[in-house]
Design a protein around this ligand. Structure first.
Ligand code: TXE
Length: 495
């Protein structure tokens, strides 16, 4: 398998065929590490989305996937995971070129994607219903069905991995799926469409259609024949998607990012907490929905901690992402780089102290790419915009607190509620924080790991519904209650 296999997609995957966009148009694929285009993807529109939905509906009705023996569905999904592992290196290479993330992180994403398909391969045969004794001698059966045609709209930061969070449980439940990946990183998702077919999935069970949010995402979100729309992306787009689903009165699952607090108490293992805070924000260039972007540090260790974190930031090797030594790669686009840089300027204007970073990197091998230095902004206050708004880049804001009460109050002082971290050696304190912090995920003395086994998702403005874990199966199934009389039927009108 050549490492270039997934760099040039064969088209959209619709109804088991590679198809160009009906318009014949394509979008250029830019390498974030050089700023230069190297490939193209179909620039699909409403007509292509209609085709994919029709194909998904027809597969659903045929029962070739939805009514397949669940263990057989599981076997095919396991086979898909094996093919992902077989092509792991080529997929990782494509992911790196497309998204700008370090090759070693792309390899983790691909292995993680295979894990996700394996987990849900096992889940396919574990879906069960319930029975209830009902009044009037009725037997109540509560049966579980696939929800139907599932649309998924996914982001560019973990392209195939986050797509798998949605696609795998949806498929395990027997749904037919349309995946609309981000136009900024679609290569591996298009590749996934071909691998599903090779694994033995019936045509139309998984359709992948690339295109911009406006041209392809909006028609998918607004289509009445999509029974459920699962979305991961920014809050502005999430609101638009929810509005169009509201007009249809159709459900959505939403994962909308965050501004996750990472709380460091003075009784924590200091070095471990410094390493964890750095990993919490600089992993994936900080383009990570659960990034620990607000580090809250107890005032007794504050200055020492800021210095430690800045030291870690300075030590990170920002290199072309295909370089094996690369520890941090390029941001996804020029526009995003400018947004990140703009936030740093705003933070400094508002009174934050720029401890390290705060500049674009474009010397030598980084020339033309969207690289930004790992950045630490200290003395950030709750009224600063950089304290509450998602920057989505390698920029951490650090804020001191005096005691536990203040730490929790600061942690919760945001619209978001996706994830949080607590660093302490005091078990009772850790438990109190776990209970008091408004978020869907809390790490204690660790950060960032989101294995498929446990549910992932937010509260407040970070969205609702859960990816991962057995909980994700609730999103992609619907219940049907059957009440079955076991006694003679009385005449309601007799007396
Ligand atoms: O994401 P968008 P963008 C946050 C992060 C980032 C900001 C903007 O703060 O800076 O969002 O990023 C599709 N109808 N996150 O603009 O637009 C789009 O094609 C239907 C956090 O790149 O939310 C893509 O497939 N779909 C996040 C998907 O929405 C539309 C990850 C996400 O893109 C659409 C990414 C429309 N009108 C960004 N417009 C996280 N939670 O991890 C766009 N899309």
């Amino acid at each position: 398998m050549s490492t270039s296999t997934y760099l040039e997609p064969l088209g959209n995957m619709i109804g088991g065929e590679w198809r160009p966009a009906r318009s014949g148009e394509t979008l250029p694929v830019e390498d974030p590490a050089t700023g230069r285009p190297f490939s193209q993807i179909p620039a699909s529109g409403a007509a292509d989305i209609d085709d994919a939905i029709a194909s998904a509906r027809s597969t659903l009705r045929s029962g070739s996937w939805s009514r397949l023996q669940p263990s057989e569905r599981g076997r095919i999904m396991w086979q898909l995971a094996s093919l992902i592992r077989r092509d792991g290196e080529a997929l990782a290479h494509a992911e790196t070129r497309d998204s700008g993330k370090p090759i070693r992180e792309a390899r983790e994403d691909i292995a993680g994607t295979a894990d996700i398909f394996e987990y849900y391969a096992g889940a396919a045969s574990k879906l069960t219903g319930q029975s209830h004794p009902l009044p009037s001698a009725q037997l109540g059966m509560v049966m579980r069905f696939p929800i139907g045609v599932v649309g998924t709209i996914t982001p560019w930061n973990f392209p195939i991995y986050v797509a798998a969070w949605k696609v795998a449980p949806a498929l395990a439940c027997g749904n037919s799926v349309i995946l609309k990946p981000s136009e900024l990183a679609s290569l591996t998702c298009l590749g996934l469409g071909g691998l599903a077919l090779e694994a033995g999935m019936p045509a139309g069970a998984l359709n992948v259609v690339s295109g911009t949010g406006g041209d392809a995402g909006a028609p998918l979100a607004g289509h009445p024949d999509v029974d459920l729309l699962a979305f991961t992306g920014g809050v502005v787009t999430g609101r638009k998607v929810m509005s169009s689903r509201a007009q249809l009165v159709r459900p959505v699952q939403m994962e909308l990012g965050g501004k996750s607090p990472n709380i460091v108490f003075d009784d924590a293992d200091f070095d471990r907490a410094v390493r964890g805070a750095a990993f919490g924000i600089f992993f994936a260039q900080g383009e990570n929905c659960n990034a620990g972007s607000r580090v809250l540090v107890q005032d007794t260790i504050y200055e020492r901690f800021v210095e430690g974190l800045a030291g870690m930031a300075r030590s990170i090797r920002v290199l072309p992402p295909t370089d094996e030594r690369c520890q941090m790669g390029a941001l996804i686009s020029r526009a995003h780089l400018e947004k990140v840089a703009g936030y740093v300027e705003t933070g400094v204007r508002e009174g934050a102290r720029l401890v390290t970073g705060g500049r674009r990197l474009d010397d030598g091998a980084l020339q033309g790419g969207h690289f930004y230095a790992p950045t630490v902004l200290a003395d950030v206050r709750p009224h600063h915009r950089v304290f509450t708004e998602e920057i989505f880049g390698p920029v951490v804001v650090v804020t001191p607190f005096h005691d536990e009460e203040e730490a929790i109050q600061l942690a919760n002082a945001t619209e978001y509620g996706l994830a949080a971290g607590v660093w302490t050696s005091n078990v009772s304190r850790a438990l109190r924080c776990v209970q008091e912090i408004d978020s869907g995920y809390v790490w204690v003395n660790t950060f960032n790991y989101t294995p498929v086994e446990a549910p992932f998702g937010g509260v407040k403005g970070s969205g609702f519904g859960r990816d991962c874990g057995m909980q994700a199966l609730d999103t992609y199934t619907t219940w049907k209650t059957v009440a079955w009389a076991t006694a003679p039927f009385t005449n309601w009108y007799e007396s």
